[in-house]
Design a protein around this ligand. Structure first.
Ligand SMILES: Nc1ccc(F)c(C(=O)c2c[nH]c3ncc(Cl)cc23)c1F
Ligand SMILES: [Fe+3]
Length: 291
């Protein structure tokens, strides 16, 4: 057999087109657009591209996690607790917003800042947990190489290497670069939902007879116990493979607030407007960029 009892096939393919987001920023949204509103447990996948003075000034989050992975340039983040820093190319910020974060995410360098931001939903029992950050610099991201395959293990495990990131909602997040001619077989837990997002080059996914897929495309994978991918081109192929355990709970979302019922959303708006229940520090806080 070719290694998997049931290789996952590509069941849907989307081209993520640019749209405006934040203040003057451009994002290619694949998950989160109307054709793919929610892919349990994933709410949003944005491939963002932003140059100063555009950016994502002061805004809140509640009920989920944001995973920012920089591809080029740097983003300066700062929250209402005074937690601040810059996320440089190759760095990862895994932010568990939980009960509430208010922060800004702005370009920290000249030129175009590029990256991916993935929003992962939290289960009802975790939606109101204390916020926390897991931040890993590029040089500390777990990497492995084998047979023309390089993987940066953001979360989960690949080629025998594990990421230290603790994922409240069980998640794998793998950044693969395949040299021309390389062939990947990556196990994926059979109960998980999984997708591929192509960043550079062109790759064949699932069925070896499939046409190649190019950058800015999201491929939804069907059921099975692993992904096969081939680089049949003459250039490197780079893509992320993301998978997560579905939560199977109702989702009621109002922008950056993601809860399970409308009533909880109404209470969240009250909390945010009255600066209570996790939004206390929003009362007197403004980011540097808005001061
Ligand atoms: N609610 C809401 C409304 C508008 C926003 F722009 C945002 C937001 O901050 C982002 C949307 N995608 C992004 N990709 C990258 C980065 Cl660094 C930030 C964002 C947000 F959260
Ligand atoms: Fe944000």
């Amino acid at each position: 057999s070719n290694g998997f009892s049931e290789p996952r096939l590509v069941v849907r393919k989307f081209l993520a087109r640019p749209q405006h987001e934040g203040v003057g920023a451009i994002v290619r949204r694949s998950i989160g657009r109307f054709e793919l509103k929610y892919f349990d447990p994933f709410l949003v996948l944005d491939e963002f591209s932003v140059s100063a003075p555009a950016g994502f000034p002061d805004h809140p989050h509640r009920g989920f996690e944001t995973v920012t992975y920089m591809l080029q340039g740097a983003v300066q983040h700062e929250d209402f607790e005074g937690h601040k820093g810059s996320i440089e190319a190759g760095d990862l910020q895994w932010m568990t917003a939980g009960r509430g974060i208010v922060h800004s995410e702005m370009p920290a360098a000249t030129g175009v800042q590029k990256g991916l931001q993935l929003w992962i939903n939290l289960s009802s029992k975790n939606k109101m947990i204390e916020p926390r950050y897991q931040e890993i610099e590029s040089k500390n991201i777990v990497e492995a190489t084998k047979d023309g395959i390089k993987v940066r293990v953001i979360a989960g495990e690949a080629l025998g290497k594990k990421s230290p990131v603790y994922t409240k909602t069980p998640t794998m997040y793998l950044d693969f670069t395949l040299s021309p001619g390389a062939h990947l077989q990556q196990p994926i837990p059979i109960e998980w939902n999984a997708f591929v997002y192509v960043l550079e080059g062109e790759g064949v996914f699932g069925n070896p007879k499939n046409l190649p897929t190019t950058a800015h495309h999201l491929l939804l994978l069907g059921s099975g116990d692993g992904l096969e991918a081939w680089n049949k081109s003459l250039k490197p192929l780079r893509f992320v493979l993301v998978g997560g355990e579905p939560l199977g709970e109702p989702v009621v979302q109002l922008g950056p607030f993601v809860m399970n019922t409308q009533e909880e959303i109404d209470r969240t708006i009250e909390d945010y407007e009255n600066c209570i229940n996790g939004f206390e520090k929003a009362k007197y806080w403004k980011s540097e960029v808005l001061r």
